[in-house]
Structures are given as C-alpha cells and as structure tokens.
Design a binder for this molecule. Structure first.
Ligand code: AMP
Length: 410
C-alpha cells in the first residue's frame, strides 16, 4: 500500500519524501490510520520496524499549531530522543510545527532557553523533562498527544516514577500512544492508568526482526573468547560490527584490547557522556570506526544502517535483550549476521533465548581456529531453570486486559 492511501495530507507526504521512504513498513501501515482517527493506540513493535515515523507522521498532521507544546514524546535514552527529533524535524519541514528534543548529559540552559522560546512538538527523556517542569521552563497543560516510546525500556530503566509525575502535569483529555517492543506483565500493568480503550496493534510478531538475521552460536571456552573474537573479526573483515558485552567495564577493556590489535574500535555504554556517545556513533556511521563495543543499556539507541554483524561476546542476561541486540543488524529489510559466543557458563542464557525465539540456533566453529578441548552442554539437554520469567507473547495477555486487537495483517 502506498503512503498516500494512509490518510496523510500533502504536507506530510512531502515529509515522507524528505525522509526518503518509498512505501510504508507494516507498523506504519497499521498505526498511521489508527493515530489519525484520534484514538489511543498500543503498538507492540521493535525498534527497526519503522515505528518512529509511524507515530511522528500522523501526530504532525493532527496536532494543532503552537505556540504551546501540543505533542510530547517521552523516550528512555538520549540517542532515541535525538533520532526521533531528526525524523520529526525532517517530516515537519512543510507543516509549520516546531520540533525539539531535550535530554540530559548536555547543558541545561541552552535547552531551556530554546524550549521557553516555544516549540509545539517536544521529544524528551524523563529526567530532563522533569527538570524543565520543576524550573517552570516548560508547561505541558496544552498537550494533545502523548507518546510513551519504548515503554518497556522506560520501565526497565526505572523511569516509571518520573513518567507518573510527568503524566500528572498533562491535561486529562488527550490522545495516548504507547509503543513497546514487548508487552510484559509490567507494561500491561501500567496501561490501565495511561491509555483508554486503545486500538491494539502487533506487527510482525516478536520474531520478525530475528527472521532476517542469520544466527550462529560459536561454542568456546572462556579463556579463548578474546582470541576467537580477534580471529573472527580479522577473518570476516566485517563492514560494521557491533559487539555486546555484559558490563561497561568489559566493554571498555575489550575496546582497548581490540584497539591494541589494530582494529579501529570504540566503546559506548552508560558511563560515556552524550558527546562521547555521539562521537562514537558518528564515527561508526561514517565508517571510520569498524567495530563498536556496547552494553544493553545503549543497544536500542543504536540506529545505524549497514551493520553487517552483531557479536554477542557475552550472552545477554535477559533473553529479550538478545532480540534487541540482533535487531541492530538487518534493519529495514536488509540482511545481517548475529554471532553468539557460548561458554559452558552461559548455556542457560542460551536456552532461555532459544525458548523465546522458538528455535535452536545453529552451532558453528570458526575455520582454522585452534580450539582447546571444549565441554559445553547442549542447551536442549538442560533441565529448565526454575523461576525465570520469559516473555511469551503480548497479544493474549493484552486481551485479558480488555485491549482490543486491531484486525488486519500481522
Ligand atoms: P525505527 O524503527 O523507527 O527506529 O526505524 C528503523 C529504520 O528504518 C530507520 O533507519 C528508518 O530510517 C528506516 N525506515 C523507517 N521507515 C521506513 C520506510 N517506510 N522505508 C524505508 N526505511 C524506513
């Protein structure tokens, strides 16, 4: 279906053109008409599916003109805030709406000054938004549309008390859009307070981004992980590789070690300030840095095209993070490869991941690598680990909460 059949007006269709999109992604096809009707929407969609434009475009069309803030997007990370800002600025070019993002890690006053000057489309991370509210540098009493972007992440990162305070400052009558990669019990628990009789959209199910990615498990002993990684990177000469570690410290150390071995590399994690993160992402985008080492906290903010490989140097502790990590490759229809190192200590993590994605990932050895003897249990031989909760689909649970499911394609 072409964009022009979704109900967008001429100005927004020009915005679509400026963004360089030819045809809508599934989430855009479903969400744009729903948002345009003015109803609340709950959309279950991963980053990488085109969800940003799915809310930005219809919002710009139906919000009324400034000078007060009419549209508010709350998102968990600075990277996401600045990406949403970019999409909105491009899409809004012909509409007369003014867009800005506010987030922490950069000086307060310039943002406050610009916000006081008057914007009608505000993108914000919760902490900075609260600061601005406390200092009365902005008011939210004219907000017509609220987006909670990556609602599951907002919860995971402990932002819910902040979000509640923000909700308190919003007018009661407003349109609510909630986007979340997963509809965990936690997310569904907060829906009742936030959205009213929403249209429920689940696009592509949870497996879609995973389907496009070629996934491999490389069994290896812990002591050989580093050597295997170096040999893998040197052998594959990948274009852009994203490596995930479990901790900030490991990310930092790994980046240093790879650098010493002549691999152009940088690290990005929660301890890095905004400028450092942006610099690293910019270098990665431009191809100056071939390898970026990251932790899960920043994973969702990494919107870089052309990532050929995602390497899970450490298995993620949370199986859903596996899906978020590997979703950084195979963006918008491209293909990519995800490689996960498996040590004997991480077999349970792999078992949880395989349960979540519903398939066993193929084991491979790196050709020519001198493996020492390995004894790594098969994940399907392991008994189930007690007490571990795994996301098992949002739609059915959502029905229990009385959320209507929108008819149409998956
Ligand atoms: P998002 O899920 O919003 O983070 O978008 C993921 C990526 O898909 C971004 O790089 C977008 O620029 C791109 N994208 C979004 N919508 C489209 C579209 N309709 N056609 C092509 N690329 C798109």
């Amino acid at each position: 279906m072409p964009f022009k059949n979704l109900g967008l007006n001429e100005k927004l269709l020009q915005g679509v053109q400026a963004l360089g999109y030819e045809s809508p992604t599934s989430i855009q096809e479903e969400a744009i008409p729903a948002v345009l009707t003015g109803q609340d929407v709950v959309a279950c969609a991963q980053t990488g599916t085109g969800k940003t434009a799915a809310f930005v475009l219809p919002m710009l069309q139906i919000m009324s003109a400034g000078p007060a803030i009419k549209a508010l997007v709350v998102t968990p990370t600075r990277e996401l805030a600045s990406q949403i800002e970019q999409v909105a600025i491009t899409a809004a070019a012909g509409t007369g709406h003014t867009v800005m993002a506010v987030y922490g890690g950069v000086p307060y006053e310039p943002q406050a000054k610009k916000a006081r000057h008057g914007v009608d489309f505000l993108v914000a991370t919760p902490g900075r938004l609260l600061d601005l509210l406390r200092h009365r540098d902005i008011k939210l009493d004219h907000v017509e549309i609220l987006v909670l972007d990556e609602a599951d992440r907002l919860l995971d990162m402990g932002f819910w008390p902040d979000v509640r305070r923000i909700l308190h400052d919003l007018p009661h009558k407003r349109q609510n859009l909630l986007f979340s990669a997963t509809l965990s019990k936690q997310v569904l628990g907060v829906l009742g307070d936030t959205v009213h009789r929403p249209v429920f959209i689940e696009v592509g199910g949870r497996a879609t981004p995973v389907d496009l990615v070629e996934q491999r498990v490389l069994p290896v002993n812990s002591e050989q992980k580093l050597d295997l990684l170096i040999q893998f990177v040197l052998a594959h000469k990948p274009d852009r590789t994203l490596i995930f570690t479990r901790t900030k410290h490991r990310a930092e150390r790994l980046a240093l070690t790879l650098g010493k071995r002549g691999i152009r590399c940088s690290a990005i994690h929660g301890n890095r300030n905004q400028q450092q993160r942006e610099k690293a992402l910019e270098g990665f985008r431009a191809g100056r840095i071939k390898v970026l080492v990251a932790t899960d906290v920043v994973a969702r903010g990494i919107d870089v095209e052309g990532i050929s490989h995602v390497i899970n140097y450490d298995m993620p502790a949370n199986p859903e993070d596996y899906v978020h990590r590997i979703g950084r490759t195979a963006r918008a229809g491209a293909s990519g490869m995800a490689v996960s190192f498996l040590t004997p200590e991480e077999v349970y993590e792999l078992k949880d991941i395989e349960r979540l994605i519903g398939s066993t990932i193929e084991r491979h050895d790196l050709e020519g690598f001198d493996y020492v003897k390995r004894t790594i249990p098969e994940s399907h031989d392991l008994p189930r680990r007690p007490g571990k909760l795994v996301y098992n689909g949002g739609a059915r649970r959502a029905m229990k909460f009385g959320i209507r499911r929108k008819a149409g394609r998956k």
